[in-house]
Design a protein around this ligand. Structure first.
Ligand code: XMP
Length: 517
């Protein structure tokens, strides 16, 4: 397995995902973690990530010296290479030309890391690689024992290697897809140089999780809050396979779910898979609590707290339950353990109001704690969940509660569900669903005029929202075809009595958030 030390690059998690895709387990630790933890990890190889700092600054972050003393291969990427160079006795300078973006580098194929890896060959016989660079500083003097591995015009030392010790440095980013040979370079490092075996596959992940869950919980009961979202669904499927009827799911139907969602969750888990699911129909309780409330943050808190209250009531009835299962995934774990420079943890979601009861006397079981979202999806499919469920767009915890502007009423929720269902099913039908990252309808409680036949009607407005995004922190509105939008609009207005106007949201994020509230 591989240990990645994080110096705060936005790409650190990407490095980890690439290594996992190669089939090798890896974890990310903050660069300033204690030496003993690094030793205890027993890595076959260590990767030093990039980072925003500059080595030429006196108190720049350094790799703990243990990294270079364990006799395992080390790969420094970008900042990781620079700190390696500086720490091993080379020299790094702030560079006048900053390089961001594509670069063509001359890769000397005489090192193990880059041997026979190139995009094309120059007439003089040099191997060239098209790579993604982003750096300000550069290594200007190799440390003793290192040889030059790659160079560009502006960074004469763009790669270096000490092949006796198996220490390698790359100024460019092999983890981003813009570096076409990046996958091969990382594979070469982890499979050939570190000699890891590619055993990290969906099937093995499932087998070993099942084994460790069984060991952890023995024959005690486990309770899980099932929401129908990807993470809790995969936890349910996994635990069901591991411990069968010892798993009891509590599914709170808030009345703020999508069309038929409650029934679908029950059909899938309870009927089809035979999972123990307690469905709590709490629509009326939610509507009562939300009556007269129009402030979005207040609505979020009410919805979150009520969930905790109901979940608490239900689990209190399960007097034999000793464990609480949660769908925590690896990015949550990394973000809460970030290093001092770990910019990543600033991006922590601001949304998770409520959560689960803090004073529950239950022990935690978190079988997805080591997994990235894409791995969670893959094991979900492997466990037999339908891919439509596993690859569904994200749906916010407060559900339609934040898609009905202002006060939530049942009448509004019912209209919104119908409109949303038309929009989403048309997206599927036109093969556009997976071309958008998130799409939904929003209910605007204002009345606008319409004419039908010879009557005028004053009815509500629906806004359609569809975005494309990688990380949900920024997003572009999706450029859906006009005739598609026209068709959806016609269907909504003709089929739903109560809606007389449909608009399409063409706001980017920032400044407009993805949700309307
Ligand atoms: P915004 O609206 O902030 O949304 O651009 C970014 C992503 O977060 C989701 N979102 C939420 N998820 N509880 C959640 O669990 C919430 O209160 C919440 N608000 C927004 C939103 O759907 C989008 O995917």
């Amino acid at each position: 397995k591989i240990l990645i030390l994080d110096f705060g690059s936005q790409y650190t998690q990407l490095i980890a995902r690439r290594i996992r895709e190669i089939g090798v387990y890896c974890e990310i630790y903050p660069y300033d973690v204690e030496s003993q933890s690094i030793r205890d990890f027993k890595a076959n190889g260590i990767i030093l990530s990039g980072g925003p700092e500059t080595v030429t600054n006196g108190d720049a972050p350094q790799a703990p010296s243990i990294v270079f003393e364990l006799s395992v291969p080390v790969l420094g990427i970008c900042y990781g290479m620079q700190t390696m160079a500086a720490q091993m006795g080379g020299r790094v300078e702030a560079s006048e030309v900053k390089e961001f973006g594509y670069a063509s580098i001359r890769a000397r194929g005489h090192t193990e890391l880059l041997r026979d890896i190139e995009d094309h060959t120059t007439p003089e016989g040099y191997g060239m690689l098209d790579v993604w660079m982003s750096h300000g500083d550069k290594v200007v003097e190799l440390p003793e024992g290192f040889k030059l591995m790659a160079s560009t015009e502006s960074a004469p030392i763009a790669g270096m290697a000490d092949e006796d010790k198996h220490f390698y440095g790359l100024q460019f980013h092999p983890e981003v897809t813009h570096t076409k040979q990046g996958g091969r370079i990382l594979s070469r490092f982890v499979l050939d140089i570190c000699q890891c075996e590619a055993l990290w596959t969906s099937k093995n992940i499932i087998d070993s999780s099942i084994e460790s869950v069984r060991e952890q919980v023995g024959n005690e009961q486990v309770v899980l809050g099932l929401s129908g979202g990807v993470d809790s669904s995969v936890v349910a499927a996994l635990l069901h396979k591991a411990i069968g009827q010892q798993l009891i799911c509590v599914f709170v139907d808030t009345g703020l779910l999508r069309l038929n969602e409650g029934d679908q969750v029950m059909a899938m888990f309870a009927e089809h898979m035979g999972v123990n699911v307690i469905r709590v129909n709490a629509e009326q309780r939610y509507l009562d609590k939300l009556k007269g409330v129009s402030d979005p943050e207040e609505k979020r808190i009410i919805i979150g707290n009520l969930f905790v209250e109901i979940f608490d009531e239900e689990s209190a009835k399960l007097t034999n339950a000793k464990w609480l299962a949660q769908g925590t995934i690896y990015p949550d774990v990394i973000e809460s353990a970030g290093a001092k420079t770990g910019k990543a943890h600033l991006i922590k979601s601001h949304h998770n109001v409520g959560g689960l009861p803090k004073d529950m006397k239950l022990k935690l079981v978190e079988p997805l704690r080591e997994l990235f979202k894409d791995e969670v999806r893959q094991i979900g499919v492997e466990l037999g969940l339908p891919s439509d469920m596993v690859y569904r767009h994200p749906f916010p915890g407060p559900g339609l509660g934040v898609r009905i502007l202002g006060e939530v009423k049942k009448e509004y929720a019912d209209l919104l569900r119908l409109a949303d269902d038309i929009f989403i099913s048309e997206l599927y039908k036109h093969d556009l669903y997976h071309k958008t990252s998130q799409a939904f309808a929003v209910f605007l409680p204002v009345k606008s005029v319409g004419v039908t036949g010879d009557g005028r009607r004053y009815e509500y407005v629906i806004a359609l929202r569809a975005v494309e995004t990688i990380d949900f922190m920024t997003a572009r509105w999706a450029q859906l075809p006009y005739d598609f939008l026209g068709h959806v609009s016609n269907r909504i207005i003709n089929e739903i009595s109560g809606i007389s106007r449909v608009t399409y949201d063409i706001s980017g994020k920032p400044p407009a958030t993805i949700e309307w509230e």
